[in-house]
Design a protein around this ligand. Sequence first.
Ligand code: NDP
Length: 341
Amino acid sequence: MPSAKIYYDNDADLGLLTGKKIVFLGFGNQGAAQAQNLRDTGISNDAILVANRPDAYAEDATSKGFIVEHEFEKAAAVADVLFLLIPDQVQPRVFNDQFAPHLKTDVTIVIASGYNVFYKLLNFKPTQDVVMVAPRMIGSSVRSLYQKGKGFPCFVSAEQDGSGNALATALALSRAIGATKAGAIASSAREETAMDLFAEQALWPNIIVLFREAFSILQEAGCSDEALCYEMWMSKEPAEIFERAAEEGFITQLKHHSTVSQYGQLSGALKLDGSAVRAHFKDILYNQVLNGKFCREFSKIEGDLEKQDSSNPLEQLYVEHGKSELGQAEQRVRSRLAGLL
Ligand code: NDP
């Protein structure tokens, strides 16, 4: 595979943003961080508008000095750039009904996740630019790294080039939020969605199952709940391992472990036959993620996620997981150790 292009500050022209009205729809994790970074880069406060319903998020934006518009129709009508920074599952409803009909024909729409664009859930006009500027960090880190003068990993792409200049605008916006400082990686909504959903629906579910089954058989073999919880995750050892993997290398970090551990892990991984996992992973990637099956399923239950009672499907899944030996044991251990943790 060819290497991805990486864009730095020098590749981006902030001048392209001069005279543009930049609207942030949403002032949550990403909205608050990106709007503040953009302003600190030198975009005038008068050029920025936060569109938010009148509530705590709007109050937060006002307290930070931003101009806030509660009427989405009005915010849409003035936007030259629209950052779409509300949760993915509500974007189609809010964007298509309340923003799209009022947007300028040459507006640049900025997404921070590929999901709704890859699955074609948003209604754009062909003359509009649609770009992706997708930080690979939670909002608080997007802000704190910027404040420390550091960059953060970010994916960038032009998904629809109505103006013929969409990528240049995407790079200017990336630079304005601090994303080209450490290098913004050329990507696409397809690539971002494939990797994100694969991790969420294949990799991490398998990790949950590995921990659940490991817990169960070690419990069967006589290990105590307390020892298991600490051994497996409450000591934060897995978090440290992943931190070192990011800093030093996925396999190289093993050198910090005992010789017995290194030998066990390296030889054990080579002995495992990955073909069944590989087939299972491919099935999820092609028959659940890339073909839109998950997206169609999720769209059906999306409305129920706002329910505040036990019929909320997400709550039901939490209850189901709480029934496992791992879930039950952790509850017992945490209530016994309450106050000590
Ligand atoms: P948040 O959950 O923090 O968004 C909260 C904001 O969305 C608030 O301003 C809230 O205002 C608004 N909002 C929520 N529901 C609605 C609604 N129905 N109508 C209008 N506004 C609504 O979102 P994130 O910042 O986490 O995510 C934004 C985008 O960034 C997503 O595309 C996500 O995939 C992407 N992203 C997120 C990352 C993260 O760290 N969380 C990392 C990288 C990308 P109010 O409730 O007042 O309406």
